[in-house]
Design a protein around this ligand. Structure first.
Ligand SMILES: *Cc1c(COP(=O)(O)O)cnc(C)c1O
Length: 470
């Protein structure tokens, strides 16, 4: 008999798990059916693991006890939230894996109110009849971007799809080879465009596309697409066409121009100390592009959403598109975005929006925050651990200002290497979790992405992690 056969024989029966004295009391009542499915899944997983396993055979009793412990742990996890709050010590402001932009409190409050209560989202209180979902929110967005009208849908990927589908209607879509981009893991430009049913015509080369290339492809009925290079740059022997020049050519030939602006910049980021780079939505629209799309949760600093800007006529057409319903946003999204846009409208100077505040933090404030953390923590650190406040580099993230790093201040821990690594792991496993940066100098926390209110939570997180060392 082979080891594998031996091993498969040791797998506990589902019934043995169900009858185990720590599981059986949980099986009565309404939890029974899903607990049974959970146990069946766990036994199946164990089967797959053991089939591939090597080494000695483990006793069935031990496997049963392990299985029960893991089922109970999964049950506990299932009964709580599926996510953990994270203290972002990475210095990446719009961190895609950590939830992109944080809401301003006003946006969270607005979302909470419409979540808990009825509202006039689709009801005209004046006339007592059916109203239009989110029209006023769209008016705010349009006013800020300098567009005649706007449409809010689920995200920028959907915005791009709908804009291209509406303009091309299965016809030719022209895109520079330098802009057949991938954004994040699952957004590949040519794949999304293929799903619109259009005929994609790629022009130019990866590094050079000229206005002449575009002109040659502008047959009647063609849609021209231009995509902001959010997360990379092309350097060296390059040529690109200015959006305004392209827009002029499109108007001459009567071809609609769709521009995917990516980030949705509504504020001059130079005023926050960032280098020029990301164009404002107002500038994009001033070029004469017919439709401009952007995300709601990147530089704009709001929630997941996609906004399409354009003429009243085109936006009205998009509103009537059958797929629009499939892309529509939830009421909590509309309420949150509404509050963010109001902050932009009301601001005299810099609107009080977390993403903008983090990007605009002064070096002095950063140094003070890092120093405060250092003072609160140094005396409690394990032997051999030393903290210093050092210069470092934050980044914008979320595919904006891709090559820009912003000078920041870090709290840097030096100490025994294994302890630093173990500590970073324990920090990630905490609640709230803390994600920092490990490099050859040690374990760093970039304080740009830690708020003043979170300083004490960071202190607690370190103390808990240290207590788990050895
Ligand atoms: C981020 C990005 C997208 C995708 O936006 P989502 O809101 O995440 O769907 C599309 N195009 C560009 C240029 C981007 O930067």
């Amino acid at each position: 008999m082979t080891d594998t056969q031996d091993r498969m024989r040791q797998i506990p029966q589902v019934s043995a798990v169900l009858e185990h004295d720590r599981i059986a009391p949980l099986m009565d009542g309404r939890q029974g059916p899903w607990m049974t499915r959970l146990i069946q899944g766990s036994v199946e997983e164990l089967r797959l693991t053991l089939r591939k396993a090597k080494g000695s055979v483990v006793q069935r009793e031990i496997l049963l006890e392990d299985l029960v412990v893991s089922v109970l742990a999964r049950r506990k996890a299932l009964l709580g939230p599926s996510w953990t709050r994270v203290l972002n010590g990475t210095g990446v402001v719009v961190h895609t894996n950590l939830g992109r932009s944080n809401f301003p409190p006003e946006a969270a409050e607005a979302a909470r109110t419409v979540a808990l209560h009825n509202s006039d989202l689709e009801y005209d209180l004046q006339g007592g009849a059916r109203g239009h979902r989110g029209r006023l929110v769209e008016e705010k967005a349009a006013l800020l971007a300098g567009a005649p009208d706007a449409l809010i849908i689920n995200n920028n990927a959907a915005a791009l799809w709908l804009a291209v589908r509406y303009c091309s209607n299965g016809g030719r879509v022209v895109l520079s080879r330098g802009e057949v981009v991938a954004i994040g893991g699952s957004f590949r430009m040519h794949e999304i465009l293929a799903e619109t049913g259009c005929e994609l015509v790629e022009i130019g080369t990866t590094n050079r596309t000229s206005l002449e290339d575009y002109r040659e492809a502008m047959v009647p009925g063609a849609t021209i697409l231009k995509v902001h290079r959010s997360n990379f740059v092309v350097e060296g022997f390059t040529e690109d066409v200015e959006l305004s020049d392209l827009a002029a050519a499109c108007h001459e030939r009567n071809c609609p121009l769709v521009y995917d602006a990516g980030s949705g910049a509504l504020f001059p980021y130079e005023e926050l100390g960032l280098p020029p780079g990301e164009r404002l939505l107002t500038q994009d629209l001033a070029t004469g592009a017919h439709l401009v799309t952007c995300s709601g949760d990147k530089l704009l600093g709001g929630c997941q959403a996609g906004i399409i800007f354009g003429s009243r006529e085109m936006i009205a057409g998009l509103r009537k598109h059958p797929m629009r319903r499939a892309f529509r946003v939830d009421k909590t999204t509309l309420a949150a975005l509404d509050a963010v846009l109001s902050l932009y409208l009301a601001a005299e100077g810099q609107p009080d929006i977390p993403t903008l505040n983090q990007l605009g933090m002064s070096l002095e404030d950063l140094a003070n925050r890092a120093e405060k953390l250092r003072t609160l923590l140094q005396d409690q650190a394990p032997a051999g651990w030393q903290a210093t406040v050092v210069p470092g580099q934050s980044s914008v993230g979320g595919g904006s200002f891709s090559t820009t790093s912003i000078e920041s201040r870090l709290l840097l821990w030096d100490g025994p290497k294994e302890e630093l690594e173990a500590c970073h792991q324990f920090l990630r496993w905490g609640n709230p979790a803390l994600v920092g940066r490990m490099n050859q100098d040690g374990l760093a926390v970039d304080v740009r992405t830690i708020t003043e209110e979170e300083v004490n939570l960071v202190v607690d997180a370190f103390i808990t992690a240290w207590s788990r060392l050895n």
